[in-house]
Design a protein around this ligand. Structure first.
Ligand SMILES: O=c1ccn([C@@H]2O[C@H](COP(=O)(O)O)[C@@H](O)[C@H]2O)c(=O)[nH]1
Length: 229
């Protein structure tokens, strides 16, 4: 079972260091826009030097040429996972993959953000299909472009596994243990539900980073996710 990916949604290297100091094992962490735009590639190199695996969650979405060039830069960082928005289109996703040529970094595409509900998708995007249909469409396009998987919610993970194959990654944020507030997330599930529905990875931020004891919270989530609880 893959380790839960901890979203390091912090504003500074200092906060990251203080957080990581509470763990004595190699982790799988996610560096997103908040942290990357403050601290840049140096911080990614630092986290890597500490032996942790990294999902660099920058959700690129631009014209194919720009995304390909940006991916060439990210390829040099040697992270484990990077992503684009599937809404950028097939050509953009293919360009992103070309940019990573020769690197070991896996590429996944965001389908519909887990903070989006079906009614919001209709209103904001004028997309009048079901949310699952939209997510499945993006997953199939990502597969067609040669990507390694998608970011989706647990609610769509099973259908994507059936449509795209079990090796196609289903990386699922919006994870909340039963007692924790959902905050701004709309399509949420517990770690146990994620396991049952075939997520390949879970992404957990605030339920760990804002917990009274992050290391305990991580251990509980990891146990629930791995089915040991
Ligand atoms: O659809 C998506 C894509 C990315 N995210 C990111 O995951 C974490 C979730 O944090 P929580 O505190 O566990 O809600 C966050 O970094 C998002 O940027 C997502 O939530 N949904």
């Amino acid at each position: 079972m893959n380790k839960p990916i901890i979203a390091l949604d912090f504003a500074s290297k200092q906060q990251v260091e203080a957080f990581l100091a509470q763990f004595s094992e190699p982790l799988f962490v996610k560096v997103g826009m908040e942290l990357y735009f403050q601290e840049g590639p140096e911080l990614v190199r630092f986290i890597k030097s500490q032996g942790h695996s990294i999902f660099l969650d920058l959700k690129l979405h631009d014209i194919p040429n720009t995304v390909e060039s940006a991916m060439k830069g990210l390829a040099n960082l040697g992270v484990d996972l990077v992503n684009v928005h599937a809404a950028g289109g097939l050509e953009m996703m293919k360009a992103a993959k070309r940019g990573l040529a020769g690197s070991e970094t896996k590429l996944i595409a965001v389908t519909q953000l887990t903070s989006t509900s079906e009614s919001q998708m209709h209103e904001d995007q004028l997309v009048y299909v079901s949310l699952e249909e939209s997510v499945l469409h993006y997953a199939k396009r990502a597969m067609q472009a040669g990507l390694d998987g998608v970011v989706c919610s647990v609610l769509e993970a099973e259908a994507i596994g059936e449509a795209c194959g079990q090796n196609f990654l289903r990386v699922t944020p919006g994870i909340r243990p039963a007692t924790v507030s959902v905050d701004d997330q709309k399509r949420v599930a517990t770690p146990a539900q994620a396991r049952a529905k075939g997520s390949t990875h879970i992404v957990v931020g605030r339920a760990i980073t804002k917990a009274e004891n992050p290391a305990d919270s991580y251990a509980q989530i990891r146990e629930e996710w791995s089915g040991k609880f």
